[in-house]
Design a protein around this ligand. Structure first.
Ligand code: FE2
Length: 255
């Protein structure tokens, strides 16, 4: 690729190309699925995930065509959230979650996965929990203090063993863009969900009523969560990506 081509590249393309380069260099494609099933350890070291987060941090609503993709969505089609798929392959999934006013993505996990979350529009509160012990359907956790994220915030990171259970809540849209009354974040997950196995299916949780919450010196609480079905009020519709061209992905897939 020439320097001129690199200059023309938007931040989303730069991010996807970098992610492909990182994963294709380190994991033989044929071995990846077997590797994931046999050793569901972190797919990214902490340092690698920080590198990914640095690239994702540059991505904006314009880079991913957020408002164009939402232009034909009316009242979220009756759902609380919209998911817009950007890229999904054997190494990772990349998409945009759009939250309607007052909505939340309820407590859920991403088993054995690394997640990188970049807010690109509005304001979102993330509350993360680190699992310390599993007792049947109950999960003892340490709750991190909730964090408010905007487009100025660096990405939030979730690790297989740290902050993996999380909840995301709409806090505010962007008051300077009242026509875009929603909040949105880019969600980068690796490895992606495996539709052929139960091993990394997403689970939902609720806070156990009356579970002890003891604040320690770092402002963290001990909380017990209970695994539960997906809450009735949570529903996701699928939106169509209408951002900058993604034709370059086909070239990447061919290599
Ligand atoms: Fe998530």
């Amino acid at each position: 690729m020439s320097i001129a081509e690199g200059d023309r590249m938007n931040n989303l393309e730069r991010f996807i190309r970098s992610a492909y380069a990182m994963f294709s260099a380190r994991t033989p494609p044929a071995a990846l699925r077997q590797w994931h099933q046999n050793d569901p350890g972190p797919t990214l070291t902490y340092a690698e995930q920080r590198e990914v987060a640095g690239l994702l941090n540059a991505c904006t609503a314009a880079d991913v065509g957020l408002h164009a993709s939402m232009s034909r969505v009316r009242d979220f089609n009756g759902s609380s959230t919209i998911y817009i798929d950007i890229a999904n392959n054997k190494w990772f999934s990349l998409g945009i979650f759009v939250l309607s006013p007052g909505s939340r993505i309820p407590l859920h996990n991403h088993p054995a996965m690394c997640g990188t979350i970049k807010v690109i529009h509005g304001e979102i509160r993330i509350t993360s929990y680190t699992m310390t012990e599993v007792c049947g359907q109950e999960v003892h956790c340490i709750q991190d203090p909730p964090v408010l994220l905007t487009k100025s915030s660096p990405p939030a990171l979730l690790r297989p063993d740290e902050g993996n259970i999380h909840e995301l809540e709409f806090v505010a849209a962007d008051v300077t863009l009242p026509q875009h009354n929603y909040a949105a974040f880019i969600d980068f997950l690796t490895p992606p969900y495996d539709d052929t196995a139960d091993s990394n299916a997403c689970n939902y949780y609720r806070v156990k009523e009356g579970s002890a919450e003891v604040e320690n010196q770092e402002g963290k609480n001990k909380v017990t969560l209970i695994q539960c079905p997906s809450p009735d009020e949570y529903s996701t519709d699928v939106g169509r990506y209408k951002g900058p061209s993604l034709k370059f992905i086909a070239e990447l897939e061919a290599h």
